[in-house]
Design a protein around this ligand. Structure first.
Ligand SMILES: Nc1ncnc2c1ncn2[C@@H]1O[C@H](COP(=O)(O)OP(=O)(O)OP(=O)(O)O)[C@@H](O)[C@H]1O
Ligand SMILES: [Mg+2]
Length: 334
């Protein structure tokens, strides 16, 4: 029996960010005062890098495509990714640019206000895409586009052909976004969405992109653009899965929340893992749900998940038939 890691690789294309997180933070101290807090961490994060770490933990071979600067922060991002086994040779180092970074003072209830520098993510353009990067997308088993909306100099259309080719060779293609967009951002993503199997934004993002207050209507708008399905994450309220014939809500796990940074990336990684294991969308969404909820149990987007065996064990304990099916499928690919 082959392990997940022995099969072909997953490629994560999109934003790479160094997150510096501290908790608990209730206020910025006045003047030049300082306060002692419990914990500070640095993680490789962002919609592509964060999901890549989770996918690697779930046993996949993962190759990343994106951009960092030629600075120390970039070196730290690469080291953090490599430490998790993510391959970084296809990440462009942009001369004279800084690597994207975010400072996250995490509130006691797990909420995460953010102070962000877009850096290299915002200057990488279609002209910077290399043949090696494009080839890696075409031959992947899974392709996750993460945060193309935040790669403001990169016309997403430049990735449409490789997404189409990857899919025609049997890849499963997923997409998530970083920002809260509008109909203009949705239009710019349209060429890639047309060759995407699953779109996985959070609720606020989907409603913003579709410019409506009705989640079902918003999902239908994206389905009309050619995606197979939309898996919308809803934080502590779980997720909702839409296809042409499915509209199903799943609850989140009841966990003690430390920090919700990267929960969406965890969901994406689990969901794609489920789909690659051959699961139907609802069963795959259970894998996403468990992974998303695990991320919230610790500080940083790399918290909580230890491996496929852990996720399968949690799914087995849920007393849900789709979750049990998901656990069996995961065990069969371990
Ligand atoms: N407070 C919570 N309690 C339990 N599970 C949670 C909580 N917040 C998130 N999750 C799990 O993680 C999934 C994704 O969360 P969420 O909708 O917050 O993603 P997101 O906003 O895209 O996050 P990010 O952009 O930081 O990655 C949810 O569907 C749920 O399964
Ligand atoms: Mg998200």
């Amino acid at each position: 029996m082959s392990t997940v890691a022995e099969r072909r690789y997953v490629v994560c294309v999109g934003v790479h960010i160094l997150d510096i997180l501290g908790r608990p933070v209730t206020m910025i101290p006045p003047g030049q005062h300082s306060v002692i807090i419990d914990e500070i961490r640095a993680t490789a994060a962002g919609t592509a890098a964060g999901a890549s770490v989770d996918l690697a933990k779930l046993g996949h071979r993962v190759r990343n495509v994106g951009a960092i600067g030629d600075d120390m922060i970039g070196e730290i991002v690469v080291k953090l990714l490599n430490d998790h086994g993510v391959e970084t040779d296809l990440i462009s180092r942009m001369a004279g640019r800084v690597t994207s970074a975010t400072i996250l003072p995490i509130r006691p209830n797990g909420e995460r206000p953010a102070l962000h520098v877009p850096g290299a993510n915002g200057v990488f353009s279609a002209d910077d895409l290399t043949d090696a990067q494009l080839d890696a997308v075409v031959t992947a088993a899974g392709v996750h586009f993460g945060g193309l909306d935040a790669m403001t100099a990169l016309d997403p259309g430049a990735l449409a052909e490789v997404a189409k080719e990857a899919r025609s060779r049997g890849a499963i293609v997923t997409m998530d976004v970083l920002r809260n967009g509008d109909s203009v951002s949705l239009r710019s993503l349209a060429p890639v969405l047309a060759h995407t199997d699953w779109f996985c934004p959070n609720e606020e993002q989907l409603l913003g992109l579709a410019e409506t207050s009705d989640l079902r209507e918003a999902a239908q708008r994206v389905l009309a653009m050619g995606v197979l399905g939309v898996a919308v994450t809803r934080g502590e309220h779980g997720c909702r899965v839409f296809t042409a014939g499915v509209d199903e809500s799943l609850p989140a796990l009841d966990i003690e929340v430390v920090d919700t940074t990267g929960c969406g990336d965890g969901f994406d990684a689990g969901f794609l893992t489920g789909l690659l294991a051959g699961l139907d969308p609802v069963a795959a969404a259970w894998v996403g749900t468990v992974c998303g909820s695990l991320i919230a149990t610790g500080l940083g987007s790399d918290a909580g998940i230890t491996g496929l065996d852990q996720v399968a064990g949690i799914l087995e304990g849920l007393d849900e038939s789709d979750a049990a099916v998901a656990a069996l499928a995961l065990r069969s690919v371990m």
